[in-house]
Structures are given as structure tokens and as C-alpha cells.
Write a protein that binds this ligand. Sequence first.
Ligand code: ZN
Length: 259
Amino acid sequence: MRVSTLDERRQFYSREFSLMKVREWFRGWKSPIVFAAVIGRHTRIAPMKYLRERSRTLVIDEYGSPSEIRNYLIDFKPESAYYDRNVYNDWEQARSSGNDTAQLGHSFGQELAFDIDPENFTCPIHGTLEEKMRRHQGLSFCRLEFQLAQQEAAQLVEILSREFSEICLVYSGRGFHIHIRDEKTVFWNRRSRLALVKRLSKRGFMMDEWVPSGGMRLIRLPYSLNGLVSRVAIPLAENELGVFDPITDERTMPKFLPR
Ligand SMILES: [Zn+2]
């Protein structure tokens, strides 16, 4: 896996990115959907005109039709594309929610999601996350760490499915995101979210509580390109966990990669 070039990002968003699939992902959402992009925070790769903004989170909350989302992404050629899990009452509320810092507020809900990243797992060869950070390898991971993350995602989905009925699993290009689509969870407050996270960590699940508790409202947009690794974020079926291989799976390989 390697970073994508600007031209590859352009190719992907102009020829391959499927708005139809994105629409399908948001089926049933009635509230405004805010998108976001980061052009080159980690890769440092950005179009000339956006060099100064390459590390910023660019919020996309002004678009007439979904097809304009594609135009933004072709223009930005971002390393990462996201959507905002917050559920807003109207566009005014969505647009006033600010840039990076808006969290789960009082007046809107949020899609419940979990984030499982391979670099958080301690590896017999590469060590703990702290050790990897010290070597500036905080974002990289090996196959073994990926397998550990995949195992944990499978267990977590299994446990969550006892309580929730609409669970979507997404391979993010790095690890896994688990989205809970049950309507009741959307308006859970921070306390209920933290209580669930606490229960899960007691069972041994390692997770970043920042995502499920509402501290981080953006999550990678399914079907977008993860330009850090040149993989497409794709929803997976539950029974694929354990056999899914991001190195060879056709669905996650953008067309610009050689086969
Ligand atoms: Zn390792």
C-alpha cells in the first residue's frame, strides 16, 4: 500500500467514485448531510492552489445537488473524504456547527459509530502504539496488526448485534468502522454513549472512545478513496470478516492500481 498521487486522486473522483452508492449509504437520512475533505495533512500532497489549506478540514456544506460533491472532490483531490455523523435539524444549524471542533451538541443527534484501527494493537514485532509513535510510525501497521483489528471488529459486531439490528461495517483503508443505524441510538446523549463504550471496554475491547462518544463527528465517507494507502473505503458484509484481504480484494482497489 502506498499514497496516491494527485493525478490518481483526480482519476478516481472523476471516473470511479460512485455517487449512486453514496446515495444508497445515506438512504433514509432526512437531515442535511455535511461532507468534509482533508487535502494533504499526512501526505503533504496538494494541488498548488490549496497548498496553504492542505492540513485543514474543509467542510462541504454548500452544494445544490449531490453531483456537486463529486465536483468538490475532483477540485480538492483530497487524501481523505469524510461525512459528518451529526444529525442536524436544518441547514442553518448544520452550517453554524463550525469547522473542526463541533461535537455532539444538545440540539442534534449523531450516528453512533466505532473505530477499530490496527496501529492500536500491540505487535510482537513492532511493539505498542507508543513505541510506534516514537519511531514516527503511528499511522502505519503490519499485516498481523491488521488481522488483530479484523478479529476484534468481528467480535465487536457479534456483541453489538445482540443489542442493535442495523449494523454497517466499513473497511476504511486502514481498519474498520462499525456504524449503528438503529434510530434509537441517534438521540442518545453523551452519557449513554460513554456507558456503552465503558461496558465494551470492560469486555476487553480496545477502542478510541472519542468516536463513539461524539468527540469526533467526522468519519470516512464510504466509497471514497483513502489516499494514504490507495484503497477505497467499502462496506463489508459481516460474514466477510476473517477472510477479507485489503491487499487483494478487487472492490477496494482503485482502477489506477496495477493488477
Ligand atoms: Zn507489527
